[in-house]
Design a protein around this ligand. Sequence first.
Ligand code: ZN
Length: 158
Amino acid sequence: MSSLPVLTSPNAELRIVSTDFSPEEITQPETKTLVKDLIETMRVEIGIGIAAPQIGVHKRLIIVDVGNNQPQAFFNPKITSKSFTKVDSEEGCLSVPGTFGMVKRHRSVTVTALTPQGASQTFRADGLMAIVFQHEIDHLDGVLFIDKVTKYTTHPKL
Ligand code: ZN
């Protein structure tokens, strides 16, 4: 496994809408390698989420660290319902280094996705996890958090 360079804004590749995986593709060895590379890249860059288009792969795959350093892969993730209530979220992005800002996000979302084994799963995400899923799924549609910023902030460098 290897850490790969992360594309940074304004690279036009970050604006491409990614395509779904077929069930067969998900279990292929190349896909397993892609998942490992994304996880390694996320670790090196100290992120809690990463989307395949950030390394130039325009396929609907995101990695989310669901807590305690447990990165999980979600294929073809879709938000199937969202809370009416929104929260203010201060965000940054590996693809927009050094920039932070406030974004309105739904407080909770229901996500349907396929597991690395190709099984369908549906779950509810709240709090930080709700925000991470909304941010990462936006990447699959070519959307960056800076498109939604209501106010830029300064943030101590990690
Ligand atoms: Zn991002």
